[in-house]
Design a protein around this ligand. Structure first.
Ligand SMILES: *Cc1c(COP(=O)(O)O)cnc(C)c1O
Length: 839
């Protein structure tokens, strides 16, 4: 027993500053005076510009640091609590985290927006203007990265211990500019002015091997073992961003890895030749985390992309093992302490890496290591598009990860034995399920690897999970039906309702109290209000103010002036043929022609608003952007129609402007080819903010319609079965054209150069694609879409009923909170309990 007396607790009074505030207050006080002093101190001590040179950005940065200070002890207490309670931790592995601007969200989650606003006002600054200074970290392409960010928000808010592990790209998704209607890509230098939200942890570092070869040897105990002799070693260091929960003290960690060269080179030790070699090594090592790859591009030859995936996954798993041993927990208990989720197949090399770490480095026997691995991992599938399923050519894989390929062969050998045992004689099935694709160039199939190495496999909407079991993972479903489940996506109501739509937040607070952001089922109480005319008037006023706010933004960024009393019809998302922005354009041109032919036509005036980035190498998507802008230019300049319709393309769609866009929508365009959109989350953000949806039976649209009721949803188009049927029978778009003269005229008009200043070449490829080789069946859905839009126009005429439907959309959107999704993951896949953090 320890006989030493406990140390005397000596209370030292915190020093008092001249303002009467203690240092503790200045770092952690939540009142106006403390915040004001904190900003003043950071301006002086952290930024250090003389008052004459202090910029708006300095105020942003100083307030950000002051807010981060307030998160700091919550964050440390969370880490300490998790350590003390030895709770299981969720590790969310994702190649992308599209976090959006931090400042506004952290103020909201800490509950100090008003105080910060007042503190800045006393310093002569306007919080809203200061918020606009933040350059968002664009560390994701779109939906998948944003989902990871929403899930971190819910994990912290629901008090679940969690770490998001990813990559600190030096350059995130490119900034989009529109030049003469075309997309131009500008490098995203998001770190240019520093990043107040991250805390560098240079002492948290792991080493990652590349290339080389493997050697067999016999260890001291006489066991055969393998040693990996790499060609290069890269060092990964951690950068932590605290992620604050809403209304709780829990503050989790987003840990992003940055690559560095292993040695900082030593001038004495190298002769000239070696010196340049050392510099080159440094450059090569640091290239690993340079840039985020855009989606929707052929991945062939992207050796570096596999390198990125392996790099961040290896750092993350080594980090988990390291923390486990710090906690004194034996490695055999890994799966009791960590639930590791694979956000799509990008981190699925983790299955092999954990096996390598356990077998080669920790010397566990294979069976034990495999049991731990499968128990640890869960896999979320995000796509059924065959071109988006990741595979890596064998030679590339072998060159970069020689030891992993050996382990994959061994996993595969054992796995295929199991398949043969279950389905004897079915060699076709064995070939289909193998981790190695043998048709054409041999490759590693990452989705199969993820499925074999995970105890739980889920899709992201009910329809998608069903299709997954019936198509890409059918054989795996037949083998392990118990591994499969659905987890319909969700979005955080904090950022996408409370923060993005302050007008509606105030109304909801007044009507429902202040608990709805963490209990979205309470929104059902709004249903009764839908029949209250005074409430509907307030609702409309809020929507119109949001539309005015967006119109101002669009005017400032495009010179296009929109009337906030018009119907705002919005499609914002990545530009992709399966999402069918061009179907939207065909409707716009149809309406345009009708107005030209029949000037007296009574239509509901509409603003058609688009936004979204195209992958730089995606030819057709870039043409679609040009088409939208060409149509916009012609229509907006035509006095015959521009008092009733206009078209705008918002450049550089990102989380920051998304927060202006979703709340301003009357109509949400969710018009993908049925069976192609796994879930969608934009559809949910629109619904939350009271937009009505025009959509196909695809992804989560199906569940949105179920929740809101068929009478409050504009449904059109082919079903998944009908799409499949048409494809089997042979799709003939020329038949659609032959039987629809209006469609023919619309296509001819586009083809004539009418929307491209007489240049008939520009859109030929788009029209030809639709006419001869369109896998997304745009023309097959054209007539139904146009007819459905006529129903939209008619419904818009009845303002009161439209408002009723808008209120019901928000009232019935509770299911689409990411809190619901995260509870399901915690209860049904991760088995992770809440841990309350005290201050
Ligand atoms: C929600 C969101 C997406 C995903 O939109 P979908 O309509 O689901 O494709 C993409 N980008 C940003 C910036 C988002 O906020």
């Amino acid at each position: 027993m320890d006989s030493k007396p406990p140390p005397k607790q000596i209370k030292i009074a915190p020093p008092v500053t001249t303002t009467g505030l203690t240092d503790v207050d200045v770092r952690s006080g939540m009142q106006v005076a403390a915040l004001k002093q904190a900003v003043t101190d950071h301006l002086r001590y952290s930024i250090g510009h003389p008052p004459v040179a202090t910029t708006l950005h300095d105020y942003y940065y100083a307030l950000a640091l002051a807010v981060r200070d307030r998160m700091q002890h919550r964050w440390l207490n969370t880490l300490q609590t998790n350590f003390d309670l030895k709770r299981k931790i969720v590790c969310y592995l994702s190649a992308e985290f599209l976090m959006g601007p931090h400042l506004g969200n952290n103020l909201l989650n800490l509950g100090i927006e008003q105080e910060a606003r007042a503190a800045l006002a006393e310093l002569g600054q306007d919080l809203d203007i200061v918020l606009e200074c933040e350059e968002e970290p664009g560390l994701g392409n779109g939906g998948l990265g944003r989902l990871a960010a929403c899930y971190l928000d819910s994990l912290a808010t629901l008090q679940r211990p969690a770490v998001g592990y990813g990559i600190r790209y030096e350059f995130g998704i490119f900034d989009q500019e529109i030049h003469d209607g075309w997309q131009a890509e500008i490098t995203d230098k998001w770190l240019r002015y520093g990043n107040p939200w991250e805390i560098a942890k240079p002492e948290v570092a792991h080493y990652v091997n590349w290339g080389g070869h493997t050697e067999y040897y016999r260890d001291e105990a006489g066991n055969d073992r393998v040693r990996w002799m790499p060609y290069r070693v890269v060092k990964g260091t951690a950068y932590d961003t605290p992620t604050q929960g809403y209304g709780v003290n829990n503050c989790n960690t987003l840990r992003l890895w940055s690559a560095e060269a292993v040695e900082s080179f030593d001038f004495q030790a190298f002769n000239t030749g070696d010196y340049y070699q050392a510099v080159e090594d440094k450059i090569i090592s640091e290239t690993v985390t340079k840039v985020l790859y855009p989606n929707d591009e052929p991945q062939i030859g992207k050796h570096l992309r596999l390198g990125q995936q392996y790099f961040f996954v290896s750092c993350s798993l080594q980090n988990m093992l390291h923390i486990l041993s710090l906690s004194g927990v034996p490695v055999e208990n890994f799966a009791e302490r960590y639930a590791v989720q694979l956000n799509d197949t990008h981190p699925s090399i983790g299955v092999v890496e954990l096996m390598r770490l356990l077998v080669d480095e920790r010397r566990l026997d294979w069976d034990k290591a495999w049991a731990i691995t499968v128990q640890t991992f869960g896999y979320t599938n995000h796509t059924l598009l065959p071109e988006a399923l990741e595979t890596w050519p064998l030679p590339m894989f072998q060159a970069l990860l020689p030891r992993h390929l050996e382990i994959i062969y061994e996993i595969n050998r054992r796995f295929l034995d199991e398949v043969r045992a279950r389905f004897s004689g079915d060699e076709a099935r064995v070939a289909r399920m193998s981790l190695i694709g043998e048709e054409g160039e041999k490759c590693v199939r990452m989705a199969h690897l993820a499925a074999v190495g995970s105890h739980a496999i889920n899709g992201v909407a009910a329809l998608h999970s069903d299709l997954l079991k019936a198509s890409v993972l059918k054989d795996f479903y037949e083998m392990w039906p118990e591994r499969f489940s659905n987890k319909t996506n969700g979005v955080t109501p904090r950022r996408f309702l409370a923060l993005a739509n302050p007008g509606l937040r105030a109304l909801l607070n007044e009507a429902l109290g202040e608990q709805w952001p963490v209990n979205m089922e309470q929104l059902h109480q709004l249903e009764a209000k839908a029949d209250d005319a005074a409430f509907r008037r307030k609702w409309r006023a809020i929507k119109e103010a949001n539309k005015k706010r967006l119109a101002d933004y669009i005017l400032a960024h495009t010179d296009i002036e929109l009337d906030p009393t018009w119907l705002f019809d919005i499609q914002v998302k990545r530009i992709h043929e399966y999402k069918r922005q061009h179907l939207n354009v065909l409707h716009i041109v149809t309406l345009y022609r009708r107005l030209k032919e029949n000037p007296g036509l009574n239509i509901s005036p509409r603003a058609f608003i688009f936004g979204g980035k195209a992958a730089p190498g995606y030819f057709m998507a870039k043409r679609i952007i040009k088409l939208i802008n060409g149509v916009a230019e012609t229509i907006n300049a035509d006095p015959d129609v521009n008092t009733r319709m206009k078209v705008a393309f918002v450049p550089n769609f990102n989380v920051q402007n998304a927060q202006l866009i979703y709340p301003a929508a009357d109509l949400s365009e969710q018009i993908s080819t049925a069976g192609k959109e796994a879930s969608g989350t934009g559809n949910m953000k629109f619904m939350l903010n009271g937009a009505l949806t025009i959509g196909t039976l695809d992804g989560a649209n199906v569940e949105i319609r179920e929740e809101v009721g068929a009478e409050n949803f504009f449904l059109f188009g082919l079903t998944t079965e009908e799409v499949e049927h048409i494809k089997r029978e042979g799709y003939h778009p020329t038949d659609c054209i032959a039987s629809n003269s209006e469609l023919r005229t619309v296509l001819e008009l586009i083809n004539s150069g009418y929307f491209s200043r007489g240049d008939a070449e520009v859109f030929r490829s788009v029209v030809n694609n639709l006419t001869y080789s369109d896998p997304f069946l745009v023309l097959a859905d054209y007539a139904a879409y146009v007819a459905c839009q006529e129903r939209v126009s008619a419904a818009w005429q009845d303002k009161e009923n439209w408002t009723r439907m808008s209120i019901l959309n928000t009232a019935r959107s509770g299911k689409f909170s990411s809190d619901r999704a995260i509870r399901e993951y915690c209860d049904e896949i991760w088995n992770v309990q809440p841990a309350t953090v005290k201050l």
